[in-house]
Each structure stands twice: as structure tokens, then as C-alpha cells.
Design a protein around this ligand. Structure first.
Ligand code: ZN
Length: 536
């Protein structure tokens, strides 16, 4: 059959339709092109010069030069272009609903925050995740399910081993958390009620998270005198539970124990050598932060409810025994050997106490400013309703050794503060840029590429997030653009409410959330779900 002109026309139109609309009719091929930056791609490989093209929420092309038109072309010459930072340990749920822009994080280049650390998470997770999903926010957020919260739910925080029936209930809650979208099981075996949990019980829960593709991440039982045994325990839980295991915010607390990171990191190396998938995260500060009660009082004083704690402290001999433990913690552990090394971060019962140290509080209470007087002041604080504290008791050498280790990634352990309120640990404002400014540029502890790997591809791989953490075509367009010569943390312990400097522009899911020193109106953050999520 000979094709009639009409058939030819239909054929031609068909070919044109199949080939797609001509580019001119479709508008520019890219939504944004970042031109001329130094690309640090997250792998740890040396930087290279190139252009990055974004369409929608995705990186679609990276090349030496991208000449095609774009809705927006941004000159980033002289600047570093890196994947957005992924913070594997945050307490963002305290503040993300007050400050959905999470300025303290986004201005550092953090584009994803992980919640539910230290054994503490909402139970069940689904309503919390739905509420987060509905919240217009600047950053992506995911969560772990907390072992301590699960134990409280089933056993009310008592100090005894669980019965087989209780373990069954807890395993079911881990499974529910994982299928709701958790990335794994977190524990805080230092805290009540985690501290009452035998290792074997944690292993039983870890097995469930592991079977569903999750990881185990632990604020260990003891980061001072028992730090080596605690790392052994964390490794054993990974080994017996059959899942990746992570020592979170690894540090050595208390001067008598400084130097033990040599042993703890050797344990990590040995575990890895026998195929146990053990890793570490850390923040770049020599002070930690938690409540005064958790840091300084023995777990036996904190068992059960707050009322029970208060009642115990009214008994003279119990109080004396508790005080003895507080004195020891002041001398050897989080107290840092000097009451001045314990600074109050925030106190709901008296906000004016924020910024004062335990020696100041002792004097205010007409006590002497010795460790003994400070211990009495600490008990008084707990009785009044407790405070968050900052504890200067970490050695710099251990910190650098831990940061340098190839199996260590960066995590802030921070929160989303309300700007100007209370006296929080500066890690919330400065962790990532402090690593880049102090430990890369000034002290040269890490190369820029290695530091960025620890903030991007490494945590993404750890979480099993396959489409973030690298600059590659096909990956989600989470990016940070910064000036390597200027990036720095401005937040200090004395003046924590100061944003990071040197970060020029931050992109989340293809949308600019921060530029020209200000947050934009874009709220492109999404909830990230773990590997076992089932949608109901
Ligand atoms: Zn912790």
C-alpha cells in the first residue's frame, strides 16, 4: 500500500509527539543550575569543578559545564557545593513544631535531622509522623523508635528484668514502630529506665529491628568509668541482634578516664574486622548536655516517678547516700572535678538560673562553693523541678581521635531551640560548621572531603537512605553551598544563640530554603521513612 499524504501527516505528527514537545515550547530544561562551584560529592573523593543542574526535587545532571538554559542560574564560583548534611542524632521533636524552619540547623547546611535518639521516642510513632508530615517545614526528618519509651510503656520504668510476656509486648512495639517508619531502635542505657535493662533484653528487641532492616543506635550505659565495657556491650548487641550497631555521641567523660578512646576505637576496629557492622557518631565539643538529675544522681534515686524520687530525698540516710554519689559524679564524671564545670542550660522552675554554674547556685543557697556544697545545690535543683545542664568533662584528645576515626560520622545531639531563649549547648547551632571551621580548616584533623563524607554519604548509607547524601544525577536535590575559608561556628557556651557563618545557600528537595542570610518562604522538607514502613 502506498502511503497517502494524509497518512504521512499523521505519521509525522506522531513522530513529533513521540519525540516530545520541542524544548522551546517547554521552557528551560532545568529549574536551577549551580554554576562553577567546587563539588565535594560526599564520597570522600577530592573536590572537582563542575555545574549542577536540578529539575523538580532531583539532581538531573552534573558536568564540567552546563550551557543549557535554566529558570534560575546561580553563580557559585569560589564556593563549595556539597550534599546537604544529615544529622543522625537530634532532639528536634522538642522544637520543630515551634520553629519548623529549624534555623539553627538549616543555617549550618543541615537538610535532614533524625529524631528518636537515646531510647526516647513517641509511642506509637504513627500519629507523630502524621503530625510531622502535615507540618510545613524546611528540613527532612526521620525517626528511630526508643527502647526506653517502649519499656516505660510496658513496665512503667521499674528496676527489674522483663518477663517473657513483657518482652513479647516490647517486641511487638518495636515491630509496630518499624512498620510505622522508624529507621531502627535507639537506646539510652545510661538513663532511667534504659539503665534497668539487661543486655539480653535489648538484644531481643534489636533482633526485631534488625529483621526489619533497621539499625541499633545507643547512648551507652556508661561513658565514664565503664566506657570500655559499654562499647563492648553495644558491639555485642549488634552481633547478637544481627544488625548494624552505632555508638552515638561517643565521648570519654571524666578526667580519670581520658585516653580510653584508644581502647574503645580499637574495639570498634576489631569488631569490624570480624564483620560486625559497628560505627560511631560524635559532636565536636568538650562538654555534654542532659538533665542535672540524669547526669549527677544515681539511677536508684530516679527509679519510678518523680514523686518517688522526691520521697527518697526526704529520708536522711537515703539522701546522704545519694549525695555521696553526686559528689563522686562531680569529682570523677560529668561534674568535671569542679562545680564551675556544671552550667545550667535551662530551668523551667526559674529561667533566671540559665547560664549559672553549680558554684554560683551553691553560693545563692548560702552553701560553700566546694564540690560538697555543689552536691547539695544539685539535690535542691532536682527537688525544685530539675534543670538541663552542660557538663564540661570531655578531653580534647579523645574528641579529636574519635572525630578522625573512619567509622565516625557527625551528629549534633542538639535540638531546635527558640532563638534567644535559655542557654542551650552550642552544639545545636554549631556542630557541622565547627567541624568544618575548627577541625578541618584550623586544626587540619580532617580533610574537607572526609569531613563532608562524615556528614552526608556515610550517615545516608547508615540509615539506608539511598537517594540522599551524594551529589549524583538521580539523587534528591539536598545541597549546601558554603565558603570554605569563612565557614565557622559563632555559638559559644557563653553566647549560644548565634547562627553559623559562611553558609551561603541551602537547597532541600530542589527548593532554596536559605540564601542571602535569611530563610526563604519555601517549606520543602519531607518525612523520611525507614525500610519496613507499611502504609495502612
Ligand atoms: Zn544521648
Amino acid at each position: 500500500m502506498r502511503a497517502s499524504p494524509r497518512w504521512l501527516l499523521v505519521l509525522c505528527v506522531g513522530v513529533i509527539v513521540l519525540a516530545g514537545t520541542p524544548p522551546a515550547a517547554q521552557g528551560p530544561p532545568y529549574d536551577m543550575v549551580l554554576r562553577g562551584g567546587r563539588i565535594v560529592d560526599g564520597t570522600g573523593s577530592p573536590w572537582y569543578r563542575g555545574d549542577v543542574a536540578i529539575r523538580g526535587d532531583t539532581i538531573v545532571r552534573i558536568a564540567t559545564e552546563i550551557r543549557e538554559s535554566a529558570a534560575r542560574v546561580v553563580d557559585v564560583s569560589g564556593l563549595i557545593v556539597a550534599p546537604g548534611f544529615i544529622d543522625i542524632h537530634t532532639h528536634a521533636r522538642r522544637g520543630i513544631f515551634n520553629v519548623p524552619t529549624a534555623d539553627n540547623y538549616t543555617r549550618q547546611g543541615v537538610t535532614t535531622v533524625m529524631e528518636g535518639p537515646d531510647g526516647s521516642s513517641p509511642i506509637p510513632l504513627a500519629p507523630f509522623l502524621a503530625k510531622l508530615d502535615a507540618l510545613p517545614k524546611s528540613v527532612n526528618i526521620g525517626t528511630f523508635i526508643g527502647q526506653g519509651s517502649i519499656r516505660s510503656e510496658v513496665m512503667d520504668g521499674v528496676n527489674r528484668a522483663a518477663t517473657p510476656e513483657e518482652i513479647g509486648k516490647m517486641r511487638a512495639l518495636v515491630e509496630a514502630g518499624m512498620t510505622d517508619g522508624a529507621f531502627g531502635l535507639s537506646s539510652g542505657l545510661f538513663y532511667v529506665p534504659g539503665t534497668f535493662t539487661p543486655t539480653s533484653e535489648v538484644v531481643e528487641l534489636a533482633k526485631v529491628a534488625g529483621r526489619l532492616g533497621g539499625i541499633y543506635i545507643s547512648h551507652m550505659r556508661n561513658e565514664a568509668t565503664g566506657v570500655v565495657d559499654s562499647v563492648k556491650e553495644t558491639i555485642a548487641i549488634g552481633e547478637l541482634g544481627g544488625l548494624p550497631t552505632q555508638v552515638t555521641h561517643h565521648k570519654i567523660i571524666g578526667k580519670p578516664y581520658w585516653g580510653r578512646s584508644i581502647d574503645t576505637l580499637r574495639l570498634i576496629d576489631e569488631a569490624r574486622a570480624r564483620a560486625v557492622d559497628a560505627t560511631v557518631d560524635a559532636y565536636p565539643y568538650t562538654a555534654s548536655s542532659t538533665s542535672i538529675s540524669a547526669a549527677l544522681l544515681p539511677a536508684s534515686a530516679l527509679e519510678g516517678s518523680r514523686l518517688q524520687t522526691l520521697k527518697r530525698l526526704t529520708d536522711a540516710s537515703t539522701r546522704a547516700a545519694v549525695k555521696k554519689e553526686v559528689v563522686r559524679a562531680m569529682q570523677e564524671e560529668r561534674g568535671g572535678g569542679d562545680p564551675k564545670n556544671v552550667v545550667l542550660a535551662s530551668c523551667e522552675f526559674d529561667p533566671s538560673l540559665a547560664g549559672k554554674n553549680l558554684a554560683d547556685v551553691a553560693r545563692m543557697r548560702n552553701l560553700d562553693a566546694s564540690v560538697d556544697g555543689a552536691a547539695d545545690a544539685a539535690l535542691w535543683i532536682v527537688e525544685q523541678g530539675d534543670c538541663q545542664g552542660i557538663f564540661h568533662a570531655i578531653g580534647e584528645e579523645d574528641l579529636e581521635r574519635i572525630l578522625r576515626h573512619p567509622a565516625t560520622m557527625i551528629g549534633s545531639d542538639g535540638e531546635v531551640p527558640i532563638f534567644g531563649r535559655a542557654n542551650p549547648h552550642p552544639r545545636s547551632y554549631g556542630t557541622f560548621v565547627r567541624v568544618l571551621g575548627v577541625y578541618v580548616r584550623e586544626r587540619k584533623v580532617l580533610s574537607l572531603e572526609e569531613a563532608i563524607r562524615k556528614m552526608t554519604a556515610f550517615p545516608a548509607q547508615r540509615l539506608g537512605v539511598a537517594d540522599r547524601g551524594l551529589l549524583r544525577p538521580g539523587m534528591k536535590a539536598d545541597l549546601v553551598i558554603f565558603d570554605a575559608s569563612k565557614v565557622r561556628d559563632a555559638a559559644t557556651f557563653e553566647r549560644p544563640h548565634q547562627y553559623a557563618e559562611g553558609v551561603v545557600r541551602v537547597v532541600v528537595n530542589g527548593q532554596v530554603i536559605f540564601e542571602n542570610g535569611a530563610m526563604t518562604p519555601a517549606r520543602p522538607g519531607v518525612v523520611l521513612y525507614g525500610p519496613a514502613r507499611r502504609t495502612r
